[in-house]
Design a protein around this ligand. Sequence first.
Ligand SMILES: [Zn+2]
Length: 269
Amino acid sequence: MERVSDGSFHATYKIGDIKVTSLRDGYVDMPVRRLRQPGDKPFGDDLPSQVPLFDGALRLSVNAFAVDDGHEITLIDSGSSNAWHPTMGFLPQALSEARIAVDRIRTVAFTHTHLDHIHGLILPDGRDGFPRLSSLLVPRAELGMFRSEARLRRFHDRAQPLDPGQRLSAHIEAVAAPGHEIGHTCFRVTSGGETLLVWGDLVHAPSLQFERPEVAWEFDADQDQARATRLRILALAADNAYCVAGAHLDSPGVGRVSRAQTGFRFEPL
Ligand SMILES: [Zn+2]
């Protein structure tokens, strides 16, 4: 897998015969207390110095990923549009920089239904983000959560359930990864013998959670399940030489995982 183009808001990689583009929606700063040690214990003075802080906060990239098989484009997550913080919502700029025409995006699939992943369906001016959308896939366990987002009302009936093992296309398969949210899903993208796992919110603080996968996130729906899933998916990626792409890994958020003396190691691509 190699990077074939990049810019301030995107990086495109070739995987076998297809292309995957990391799209930078922006970033969000979060308090350090979101990081939780086992027992739901926050860090204090014991926060390892390897964790970079910006005015005392953790800085999370927010990335979405477009899979282009040459015919059509599947978008995995959609950024937050103007639903949260003005440091996010740059997905349209990222698509334009990557020369991805929005009307080629026919399928949008969500790793989970938190607002930094779903609100890109609607542009700040109220128009549809993806005017030719024909398939909107939401993890089955989170359909109710999705349909409780009043702002996305016009998409409620269009959402179709997404199940683990489901194939979105010849190249994309859904993989269960519950914990951060009840229906949290990864997507295995395969072509020409190469595999990229688009893993959503498996890791929020890459400076710490590869080395210490037991560190959880305050907003994990089930921290213990999220820990177990993180360990399982990190091992899956490391042992099968998968590349990975993370919604909150430092932009562009694509790289390789290997086992380390303590936990795992991430090498950006
Ligand atoms: Zn997220």
